[in-house]
Design a protein around this ligand. Sequence first.
Ligand code: AMP
Length: 480
Amino acid sequence: MTLTFENTDSTAGMSSGFAALGLSGAMLKATQNAGFTEPKPIQVQAIPPQLEGRDILGIAQTGSGKTAAFSLPILAAIVGLGTKRKPRTARALILAPTRELAVQIEETIRVLAQGLHISTAIVLGGVSRGSQVRRIAPGVDILIATPGRLTDLVREGDLTLAETRWLVLDEADRMLDMGFINDVRRIARATHPERRTALFSATMPVEIEKLARELLKEPVRVEVAPQGTTAGEIRQSLVMARLKQKRKVLSDMLADPAMSSVIVFARTKHGADRVARDLERDGFEAAVIHGNKSQNARQKALNGFREGKVRILVATDIAARGIDVPGISHVVNFDLPDEAESYVHRIGRTGRNGADGIAVTLCAPDEAAKLRQVERIIRMKLPVAASVLDQPDPAPAKGAAAPRDAEGDAGRPRHMPGRTPRGAQPQRDGKPGQGKPFQKRPGGGRPFGAEDGAKPAGAKPAQKRPFRSKRRPARGRAAA
Ligand code: AMP
């Protein structure tokens, strides 16, 4: 994958707009409703083949305009089908790895679908199941879902995918990271054999290439650079600091009012909580989102940040993935991510829509190996803007708790650093509530299609369990 940060807007100078892509009537109105005047590059590339019924393999990030790129052709196809839907079915299914992304997709589709008499529903973990079941009971046109809760509903017989003829897998690489890949395979197999499929991914690891080969029929490959779909530029730099120094470095940086809207990335959920706590103690209001927070708390934090009520959002990689908040001035990496590619996703939160962005990474000496991996991926050496390595560690606060309480905190005066985090163990964000592994459930019987394929690193081996309906046998490709 080539990572570039320069202007890649291939529509610059085009005047033909959405009509030239083959969209007509109601769909042009839909783009007007959304306030879109010119299509984005991903839309230029991806809409015409989908209108012709082709499958799509899209390499694009959130922020590129991919939601409209896959939604408009689906809306165009569904709009003529009328309102007679079979109970507990979905004509189109969009799978997203996180609740936040699913909510964002639904919001976009709702805007595009205004006045089209197209029904949408959303199925997510972490919120009431009953209301979701009631919503899909009469059948829906477009269902947006995270894989875990969707798997539950299919297994329980509250939903059948046998009538689903449009399938979108959004942020497939993140679904892989989160261990959803075999859920995704089962879900895809349960859909109509003649479905049209679009798979979008910011990166293309081998596992995703393999999934694409399994699920897509002669796809058209479309690709836009991950950052800067307009002329925005991200200035990246490093501040060298030991872990014990990072709290003070961060607080000192945030004293600069130019840091008007900041996402601080932490590697672990505990780390994110600790950073937010330390910031509050240092006099900064900060919201925090990670996988252990309830859906409501995450949405509230995100809304506060989006509306500018909170200047600083502390987030883990998975929680922040797919979040599109315009106007983020700075991204601060409190730690280097475990996976180098996350760095690209992190810094891509800033520098959007033509604005310039600044990304600062606090790097401790023991993170040198991770830094090298990041630099390999972005194909540049990050410049060191400052180093505090030659300065002594700030003294621990008076009355600090015993060192073993490293994640906790005693009250400390302003700008006093935190203690060393316990063991600094890497702790990946796990799946939030929605990601119940399929194989944990009791069950047996015939598998729901072909063999489960490759397993992502860290994923439990799949045990080929079918969706088993308590009401009626599952239908779909493999069960046919
Ligand atoms: P997405 O990558 O789908 O999350 O889209 C990122 C943002 O771009 C969203 O806020 C969309 O509303 C916006 N967007 C998508 N397509 C267009 C377009 N053609 N013109 C202007 N804004 C767009």
